[in-house]
Design a protein around this ligand. Sequence first.
Ligand SMILES: C[S@@+](CC[C@H](N)C(=O)[O-])C[C@H]1O[C@@H](n2cnc3c(N)ncnc32)[C@H](O)[C@@H]1O
Length: 251
Amino acid sequence: MSRTNRVRVRHCGSSMEENSSYTTDGDGGSTETPPTPTEGMTTVSHHYFGDSNGSDDAVSITIIESMKEDYGLFVWPCSVILAEYVWQQRSRFTGIRVVELGAGTSLPGLIAAKVGAHVILTDDSNRLEVLDNMRRVCELNNVKCEVMGLTWGVWDESIFSLQPQVILGADVLYDSSAFDNLFATVKFLLENAPGSVFITSYHNRSGHHLIEFLMVKWQLKCVKLLDGFSFLPSWKASGLSGNIQLVEIRV
Ligand SMILES: C[S@@+](CC[C@H](N)C(=O)[O-])C[C@H]1O[C@@H](n2cnc3c(N)ncnc32)[C@H](O)[C@@H]1O
């Protein structure tokens, strides 16, 4: 599926320096340290977590995005919603092991790291550009996450020692042909770490009971289902659209 088949909504609650794109030779003259360029043009977006009055414990995350046609190089709306959920539940994330699947630009994982989780950001092992970008955003935000190639349904040795307490996945349920591989990985991680939970945000496009179907098929339990907009501050929600749900899943 190409990017043009999906609506990518510009986010509110974040600001984008569009057209302040860095040229590939890095001579854009920005006062910010330019991201090491990927192929094509990049842009930087800023994502704020805290109340609208600018509270003391507020956190801002900077993301490097690309204009290129690659799912892993944008901040998708599901990621904004999952990151906000992590922020609002931050006490739960302190000191725990978190793995983000299909992390792409990694906003939820980065905020989990900012609030004290030990985070392993993962994406398709074959998408080196996405993995490189993840390392850059970690540096840019001064967080120490591990970055690892993890392709759903592939059993590399490294997956056996992950044992996360929380697995995050934003907009990873977008291609039904990948659901089996994704859920094979999710189920393995959940069973390998007793008490762990998979928290995912996804577009419910069909209106059908996708999660119920997946829970029966994979013998998992959906322990929480929320409308993604129910906890999003209005100043963030106004720039997003779609039927986005957030679920917590356990064995
Ligand atoms: C729609 S993007 C979502 C990216 C990011 N989580 C967000 O919401 O902004 C889907 C992500 O899943 C990753 N992905 C797709 N297929 C994958 C696979 N088989 N194994 C691992 N990651 C995969 C893509 O590289 C991409 O980063």
